[in-house]
Design a protein around this ligand. Structure first.
Ligand SMILES: Nc1nc2c(ncn2[C@@H]2O[C@H](COP(=O)(O)OP(=O)(O)O)[C@@H](O)[C@H]2O)c(=O)[nH]1
Ligand SMILES: [Mg+2]
Length: 302
């Protein structure tokens, strides 16, 4: 069997079966041996945790195992769960929105779930009695602003939009002015994810950033990068590019209701030191949950 076939076979097997495989390994564990750690490494890499992060986690696990002399699967499993939860625990997972107004800027590549997440957030804050204003900063297609308008109507949030092809920074500028005039509590800005040229993306996002800094100095701002749980290792590349361009403060992991277990966020949180803040588990308004590192680590293993 070729190397490629082996990888592929491993991938399709783990997509469905990562947890089953891990449970089997823990059930069969009777004491530390090299084969166990190697198999664990492979399994975690196939779960998208990324080679560096897996190296780090498994070497910590070897160390604890040596120190504690584990002979029971449940003990080593618990130790791994602690290590994985720690890797994810790189900062506050709550959104910091204490000023009036505060800003949430939502970034990420096309199709990951930015607009949907904004709609869910708009409903959540409206339900908490906040005045929410949405900025349709994805001006790439008219349909993008339409989609956001539907969410605005559904949630009772205000919306500021321009025509197709307008300068997104100008939309954000107008949105901020409207938010000030109307006394909005939270401004949520959508952006386009279709700029495959990295320097275009950089320019657009940094221009938006400058507008927010200039118009709302001192306001709390969350810049959330939305990552699709099914993305795999490409998510890490996206995250480092967006971190550079927009200075992300948190991650939103979407589509966790599918088959993917979202292993990529371990790699992103660990390598870039950005905390996960929210998780999307479906398309309905209530399908947005606050992230908890411990629960997430548990879910990967069980
Ligand atoms: N199953 C599932 N689908 C989602 C989730 N979040 C978004 N979607 C869907 O993913 C597709 C793209 O979402 P959209 O918000 O338009 O992505 P954008 O291009 O980043 O704005 C839509 O069909 C959404 O309904 C999620 O958490 N779970
Ligand atoms: Mg969108």
């Amino acid at each position: 069997m070729s190397f490629f076939d082996k990888i592929r076979e491993g991938l399709s097997k783990t997509k469905k079966n990562i947890t089953v495989q891990l449970s089997g390994m823990f059930a069969a564990f009777t004491g530390a041996n090299e084969e166990f750690f190697e198999e664990l490494e492979e399994t975690l890499i196939l779960a998208d945790l990324g080679i560096e992060t897996v190296d780090k986690a498994v070497s910590q696990l070897r160390e604890v195992t040596r120190r504690e002399g584990f002979t029971k699967g449940e003990d080593i499993e618990k130790a791994l769960e602690d290590i994985l939860a720690n890797l994810l625990d790189v900062g506050d997972s709550a959104l910091r929105l204490t000023t009036t107004p505060s800003v949430i800027l939502v970034v990420g590549v096309n199709g990951v779930g930015k607009t949907t997440t904004i709609g869910k957030l708009a409903l959540k804050y409206k339900n908490e009695g906040k005045k929410v204003l949405l900025c349709a900063g994805d001006t790439f297609r008219a349909a993008a602003a339409e989609q956001l308008t539907v969410w605005a109507q559904r949630s009772g949030a205000d919306i500021v939009r321009h025509g197709e092809g307008a300068d997104p920074a100008a939309v954000i500028f107008d949105g901020i002015a409207a938010a000030k005039a109307r006394g909005a509590d939270i401004i949520i800005c959508d952006t386009a994810g279709r700029l495959h040229n990295k320097s275009n993306l950089m320019n657009e996002l940094s221009k938006i950033s400058r507008v927010i800094d200039r118009e709302l100095p001192g306001a709390d701002r969350e810049t959330l990068l939305v990552i699709d749980a099914t993305t795999g290792q490409n998510g890490l590349i996206q995250a480092s590019q967006f971190k550079e361009a927009a200075g992300i403060t948190g991650l939103v992991l979407t589509k966790l209701d599918g088959t993917a277990k979202g292993g990529i966020v371990f790699a992103i949180a660990d390598r870039l030191q950005v905390p996960v803040k929210l998780v999307g588990v479906g398309e309905k308004p209530e399908d947005l949950i606050e992230f908890d590192a411990r629960t997430f680590a548990e879910a990967l293993l069980r």
